[in-house]
Design a protein around this ligand. Structure first.
Ligand code: SF4
Length: 500
């Protein structure tokens, strides 16, 4: 017998089905292979908040969770949302005290010791004393005998400690385990990364899922609504379905992009139609593309309008969005929020790294998103090689001009990917990539670097953000409104603050 199941280990924020597991199970379902999804991140947090917390004296935990699932209003109230998330966080804080050295939140788990050292992960997994061990034992008991082949879907490093533990437990019970997903593909591109992953798992699948089916077509050419092992609600006021309009990136030119080798493919609208036929009524669609393609989203608008209660996703703020009233039509078709990679207010920085749009265009796009009634979630990136004080001030100037139009903000400081065009052409950009000191086998995606001219743009950026940017009157209210937990999924479902 080879009864399969798709397993998504904790920790992934439990507000929607994990995209990788969903697409894998959906692709298998479309080929007649039933592989129920076991979302162990949702299962773990449900166990923690609904079973463990009340016993540990957190009486307000259950109503807090109920609010996130059924707020009783069309959109979350930001104050109430903050307060119920505070309750869940205090449960997590109290729970993790039982596991010295562990960091645990609604979106991350980091074990004690050297971060992501494979040797330490294996020792921890076998110890049976991690924050997940008690829940895993219950889950194993409940799911025993229902499958013979576990397909572990791994997308984030935050899942790795639990993935190693669950793989070990399953193999001890005589169940075959294959590990795959975007984390494995990403590590394949980082030199020793995949060798380190191989030391954690016996079987790793690097392809898009097709090796499980014997077919040679791209896996996402056929997807439908998959089977779930449990009919649990996610921690969200509306069901959210992740879906890509494309694989790869339609732009594919940014010099510091680690994903430029991913093949580009349009995912057929038929797939979304089939998913919507089998899934819950009126869901919100989370477009998981690296950059939503303008043409594809335009074609989808009638379907979004008719069959969903909204959609959101990540867009490059390029001029195409400003043509033919598209943003207004998107808002009218249910677009709740656009996440825009504005990145910098300096045209020199954007040009140098091949971003393909100017700060002026980004400003116009963000302005029109706001005027259309959608939420704006703006991503800014500081600390790129060669960034100067003047560049940072230009970014702040852009945010000041957009005062009252940005709803949420994500501030980031640049990390140099192990593999990208910028790393290959480092000397041209005045940097020298280095190595980390430790000899331990450790999974890493980034490299340290130094600037040839002795400057340290990352350090300067952190100081600028701390001392200048965060305390600017145009920035303060945006950062205050940006939820710390459940991020994008809940931001799209949050009551929109009145414009200043
Ligand atoms: S838009 Fe994003 S995914 Fe596309 S090339 Fe740039 S960084 Fe990479």
């Amino acid at each position: 017998m080879d009864r399969k199941s798709v397993i998504s280990p904790p920790v992934i924020t439990p507000s929607e089905v994990p995209a990788g597991a969903f697409m894998l199970a959906g692709g298998l379902a479309a080929r007649g292979i039933e592989a129920p999804i076991h979302d162990l991140s949702l299962g773990f947090f449900r166990w923690l908040f609904l079973e463990h917390a009340p016993k540990a004296g957190f009486a307000n935990c259950v109503p807090s969770l109920e609010y996130l699932i059924s707020p009783g209003t069309e959109f979350y109230d930001p104050h109430k949302h903050r307060s119920v998330c505070g309750v869940l966080q205090s449960v997590l804080k109290s729970y993790k005290k039982k596991f010295p050295g562990w960091q645990l939140s609604l979106m991350d788990s980091v074990p004690p010791g050297i971060a992501h050292s494979t040797e330490e992960l294996i020792t921890l997994a076998k110890s049976g004393s991690t924050p997940f061990s008690e829940y895993f034992k219950l889950w194993l008991k409940r799911s025993r005998g229902t499958f013979d082949h576990g397909l572990i879907s791994l997308a984030y490093l935050s899942q790795l400690p639990a993935a190693v533990e669950i793989a070990w437990l399953l193999e001890e019970s005589g169940i075959r385990v294959t590990v795959g997903g975007s984390l494995a593909s990403a590590l394949k591109d980082t030199g020793s990364g995949i060798e380190l992953l191989k030391s954690c798992f016996r079987e790793i699948a690097m392809d898009d899922g097709r090796s499980l089916t014997g077919e040679d077509q791209p896996f996402l050419s056929k997807v439908e609504w998959p089977v779930f092992a449990d009919r649990w609600k996610y921690f969200s006021s509306r069901p959210v379905i992740p879906f890509p309009l494309t694989t790869g990136c339609i732009w594919n030119k940014c010099l510091f992009c680690p994903d430029r080798d991913k093949p580009y493919m349009d995912v057929s609208i038929r797939n979304l139609k089939r998913i919507l036929e089998g899934g819950p009524h009126n869901p919100v669609i989370h477009l998981i593309d690296s950059a939503i393609p303008v043409k594809a989203v335009e074609e989808m608008l009638p379907l979004f309008r008719e069959k969903t209660s909204g959609f959101y996703g990540f867009a490059r703020p390029q001029g195409e969005w400003l043509k033919s009233g598209l943003l207004k039509r998107m808002a009218d078709s249910g677009c709740l929020m656009l996440q825009t990679g504005v990145e910098s207010g300096s045209s020199g920085i954007l040009q140098r790294f091949m971003k393909g749009f100017s700060p002026d265009t980004a400003e116009k796009v963000v302005t029109e998103i706001s005027a259309s009634g959608m939420r704006n979630y703006v991503y800014l990136l500081f600390g790129l090689p060669g960034e100067t004080e003047k560049d940072r001030e230009l970014t702040l100037g852009l945010v000041r001009r957009l005062k009252g139009k940005i709803d949420y903000m994500n501030l980031s400081v640049f990390n140099l990917p192990e593999k990208c065009e910028l790393t290959d052409r480092a000397a041209e950009f005045g940097i020298m990539p280095g190595e980390y000191d430790s000899d331990a086998p450790v999974l890493r995606f980034y490299r340290p670097f130094q600037s040839v001219d002795g400057s340290d743009p990352r350090k300067e950026a952190r100081e600028f953000i701390r001392d200048v940017f965060r305390s600017d009157p145009a920035v303060i209210p945006v950062l205050q409104s940006t939820p710390k937990w459940f991020r994008a999924g809940h931001m799209a479902l949050m009551k929109k603050a009145p414009l200043l």
